[in-house]
Design a protein around this ligand. Sequence first.
Ligand code: XLS
Ligand code: NI
Ligand code: NI
Length: 438
Amino acid sequence: MTTTVYSHVPEIRYEGPDSRNPLAFRWYDAGRVVLGKTLAEQLRPAVCYWHTFVWGGQDPFALGGNLFERPWFSGEPMAAARLKLDAAFDFFGRLGLPYWCFHDRDVAPEGASLRESNANLDAILEVAARKMQDGGPKLLWGTANLFSHPRYMSGAATNPDPEVYAYAAAQVKHALEWTQRLGGANYVLWGGREGYETLLNTQLRRELDQYGRFLAAVVEHKHRIGFGGTILIEPKPQEPTKHQYDYDVATVYGFLARYGLEDEVRVNIEVNHATLSGHSFEHEVATACALGIFGSIDANRGDEQLGWDTDQFPNNHVSLVPAMLELIRHGGFTTGGMNFDAKVRRQSIDPQDQLEAHVGGIDTLARAYLAAAALYESGELERVLTERYAGWDGALGQRILGGATLDDLAQTVQQQGLDPRQRSGRQERLENIVNRHV
Ligand code: XLS
Ligand code: NI
Ligand code: NI
């Protein structure tokens, strides 16, 4: 292994809640068995390539180059991509999380033509495949970047120009085939540019049909090549476009149902996207579980005072307990996991800052999961729920769900003299129960 900017950091290990070592896990004890599986198997955490190895600390007010100094930010692009890959796998090894995720353009530079871009990607991912075999992490998901290049300015699948659609399709084909080759558990589509800036220049109905066809073509290709992973859409309400078509989980479900894809595609829910769409994160998880399209999670957080996708590392375990509880009630992940779609703040310029950020993030997820598991196992909330809905398991509830008509029910009320009385929802008692477990 070549020396990288991360090589001075020892392998990060679990030292328990009392440790003061900034490079040790306090809650993430990967092998600890909780609800029948290890924490690593329950959380399936992943490092994302883009924020950690590609972003250079720029913000919209910093014109020019990178704030962070990394050896792969300069030099011949393919040599730089190789340096970056070495550093990334060194980072993965020191952190020890089981998965990673990438966009095609994160790992290899765009070439002068599609053919050249594909060749660049092939060369770098051949090396990645070897590193994965030599004890590197597994691939949680791959994806294509259909939002950075100027050609995608007005959309990829939803572009008014079908040539752009075709280009995007070619890019997804290659990224999907590589995801399969690397044993990826999922393939993600985040439609950053699939939306509009103004309806004055947009035919919304047409764009939705284009997008529906694109997604169907991705699913067809998945089956043609025999990719066993899950296709995931990542909802987000806006940013970069003013309005994105994949606004939130419910909108995505409606879109999938309209194009007959609700059994083929699931969602990758990002914490900060959930809150930007005006929902809580747990609402989005619960909705996806209820509709049968829950897939995976992009773990991060926003800032209550800033209304954009700040992609900060999770650091408040209490806020994540309700969503973890929904995940547990659902039976956990199948192919999904928890990808740190998160970046350090731009003044955190040292390579080690990125490792410490991931340590805090994974500890936060682990602590939230442990609390939610204890809460679930105590049965206290689950008992309240069973009692609250008991009527629906009884004779009347079953008769209603079995198709009772309004006439039937009017008769029942009169014959049995029904006069139902309101009962307390006991919200504060339940909140106190949750607080006892966090
Ligand atoms: C951006 C998205 C992006 C996707 C992958 O807001 O979160 O990072 O996860 O394209
Ligand atoms: Ni994301
Ligand atoms: Ni995001």
